[in-house]
Design a binder for this molecule. Structure first.
Ligand code: SF4
Length: 435
């Protein structure tokens, strides 16, 4: 593995430091891990800042961490490892700020049925993660006869009272980011992409794709401010959508909803009616092998809950995973959709609350975490879990390319970090044996 300078040389740029810097592959791997973690943290911090939530300590850490990735600044494995875990600590704070920002601005989340499909008439599809963009779009489309639909990671928007109060927030259309090219071509109205999880558009919908602020794609139109009149004009000029219902689903199991039921959930655990909790989610992707997560979820015991976050949920939400009936609660879905990838914060809060109530540590809970892996936000969430000392997490389908075997071995030894296998049933049996 080459350092940054050597990579430049390989690309044709002269590098005066070849053979001088002496940086080894494991140091480079930790610096890359830190860099990807900071990038993920920065994305969440950007959304939080727009909601008025900032923390000077986080900003200072971002400077420190980026500085530490400069060549020749930090060659020490131990101190780099500390910084990597510090990134996880600060990302926890950022996810907390984002969670609080959403709740303060858009109200306390509630379990909510969501219409999936389209309604007859003009529509705008919004994808990405930025709830404030959705709020501004809903305000600006009031009374225009245009419906607004969520896509991908915007699905959790429907759980917030101040967003779902708009009658023209008509439903949800589509799946995880990698299916965009087919889904956006089918959707006849404009598409507003609010974050990086957007693909370069083909001709078929290029003139209907708008992006906001940091997000930009060749051929799309980037909007730098909060004025969506171009998008609205495009919706008026586009072919109306047909009435087409795909299904109705229930989302909105925010951590405050689940922890408000904690006493009843605990009673069920103590009475032996609930055997296990799983967290299955993260970033979805297009590679082969990702049906592992669907097969894993389908095989989980009928007396267990599955908490899900991120677009990894789209791998498992098409399965009929059934319901559980608990005393004092009634019938609730076994698959509890907690929200976006940043709502991993909520899954952590639920685990900490359960551990506190049962008088044990998070690692002693009947809890298994299986994360699908793709981009920088997943790195920052994983670092948060490691910072909290959570052990035995499984990730997949592939090892992160920036982790050398040496660094991965350290994470395995210290945190029992695992790669998913090829047989989800065998992995599930092993996880259940561990308790
Ligand atoms: S979960 Fe990850 S891959 Fe999916 S939309 Fe969010 S950041 Fe992108």
């Amino acid at each position: 593995m080459f350092c940054n300078q050597c990579e430049q040389a390989a690309g044709g740029t002269a590098c005066v430091q070849i053979g001088v810097c002496g940086k080894d592959a494991d140091v480079q791997s930790l610096q890359d891990t830190l860099l990807y973690g900071v990038k993920g943290l920065a994305a969440y911090a950007h959304h939080a800042r727009r909601l008025g939530m900032v923390d000077e300590a986080v900003d200072a850490f971002v400077e420190e961490a980026l500085f530490a990735t400069l060549t020749n600044v930090n060659f020490d494995m131990g101190s780099l490892f500390e910084l990597v875990l510090e990134c996880g600590r600060h990302n926890l704070r950022v996810m907390q700020m984002l969670d609080e920002g959403h709740v303060k601005r858009f109200g306390a989340p509630q379990p909510t049925p969501v219409y999936e499909g389209t309604r007859a008439g003009p529509g705008i599809l919004i994808t990405g993660h930025d709830m404030l963009d959705l709020y501004n779009l809903l305000e600006q489309t009031k009374g225009t006869g245009i419906n607004v639909y969520t896509h991908g990671e915007m699905l959790p928007a429907h759980m917030y009272p101040e967003l779902k109060k708009y009658p023209h927030l008509a439903g949800h259309f589509g799946d995880a980011w990698q299916k965009q090219r087919r889904e956006f071509a089918e959707f006849t109205g404009p598409i507003l992409a609010t974050t990086n999880c957007v693909l370069i558009p083909p001709e078929s919908y290029r003139d209907r794709l708008f992006t906001t602020r940091v997000t930009a794609v060749p051929g799309g139109r980037r909007l730098k401010g909060d004025d969506f009149s171009e998008v609205i004009a495009c919706a008026k000029a586009s072919q109306p959508l047909p009435e087409h219902k795909v299904r109705e689903s229930t989302i909105g199991f925010h951590h405050t909803v689940i922890t408000s039921l904690a006493d009843k959930i605990l009673a069920a655990v103590k009475a032996g009616k609930l055997s296990h909790f799983f967290v299955i989610g993260g970033c979805d992707g297009a590679e082969a092998g990702r049906n592992y997560f669907a097969r894993y979820a389908a095989a989980t015991p009928k007396d267990s809950f599955i908490l899900t976050v991120g677009c990894g949920k789209y791998r498992i939400r098409n399965e009929d995973l059934g319901t559980i009936t608990l005393d004092g609660i009634g019938e609730i879905p076994r698959l509890l959709d907690m929200g976006q990838c940043n709502d991993s914060y909520g899954a952590i809060q639920v685990a900490v609350a359960l551990a506190g109530a049962l008088g044990c540590g998070v690692n002693d809970l009947p809890l298994t975490i299986v994360l699908s892996w793709f981009e920088q936000k997943a790195v920052s969430v994983l670092l948060t879990l490691l910072h909290l000392g959570v052990k035995g997490i499984s990730i997949g389908p592939n090892p992160p390319a920036f982790l050398t075997p040496g660094v991965f071995r350290v994470l395995q030894d210290k945190y029992d970090l695992k790669l998913i296998g090829s047989d989800p049933l065998a992995d599930l049996v092993a996880a259940l044996k561990k308790g």
